[in-house]
Ligand binder design. Structure first.
Ligand code: CU
Length: 145
C-alpha cells in the first residue's frame, strides 16, 4: 500500500529555527474540509509560535485543537501553537491540526497541497502537503537520504 503513496515533492521544509516534518493531509472532497498534520521542530534557542496558516486551495485555513466535552470530541480554533526552544510539536488526527475549509479542488491521494505556515519568529514557511487516503491516520513511511 505504501508504494502508491510516493510523492515527488519535498516533504520537509526548513526555515531559520523551524523545521516542518512530514506534512500530510487526508483526502477530501471539492467544497469540503481537509485536515493537515505535521511535526514542527524548533531547532532555535527561543520559543516560537505557529500563528496562522493559509492555502490557495482553501477558502479559510485555521489552526484547530481537539477537546473532549463529555463523551464528544470537538474541534475549535486556537490563536496559535507554541513550539518550545529545542522541542517539537506534532499535529495529528485527534489532536491539533491545520483545518482547510471550503476546498476549491478535491484533495486526491497522491497529490500535494501547498500550505503556508506563519510563525511569530521564523516568518512564513511554505510546505507541500502530501495527500493520503481518507482513512489514513499517520504519515506514510518516508525515506530520508
Ligand atoms: Cu478541525
Amino acid at each position: 500500500m505504501l508504494a502508491a503513496l510516493s510523492v515527488a515533492a519535498p516533504l520537509a521544509a526548513q526555515a531559520p529555527g523551524i523545521a516542518v516534518e512530514q506534512p500530510w493531509a487526508r483526502a477530501a472532497l471539492l467544497g469540503g474540509n481537509g485536515g493537515a498534520f505535521l511535526t514542527l521542530r524548533n531547532t532555535g534557542t527561543a520559543a516560537d509560535r505557529l500563528v496562522s496558516a493559509s492555502s490557495p486551495l482553501a477558502r479559510t485555513t485555521e489552526i484547530h485543537e481537539t477537546v473532549r466535552e463529555g463523551d464528544v470530541m470537538r474541534m475549535r480554533p486556537v490563536t496559535g501553537i507554541e513550539i518550545p526552544a529545542g522541542g517539537s510539536v506534532t499535529l495529528r488526527p485527534g489532536g491539533s491540526h491545520v483545518m482547510m475549509t471550503g476546498l476549491s479542488q478535491a484533495l486526491r491521494a497522491g497529490s500535494t497541497v501547498p500550505l503556508t505556515l506563519n510563525f511569530e519568529r521564523a516568518g512564513a514557511v511554505q510546505v507541500q502537503v502530501a495527500v493520503q487516503g481518507a482513512g489514513a491516520s499517520a504519515p506514510a513511511a518516508q525515506h530520508t537520504h
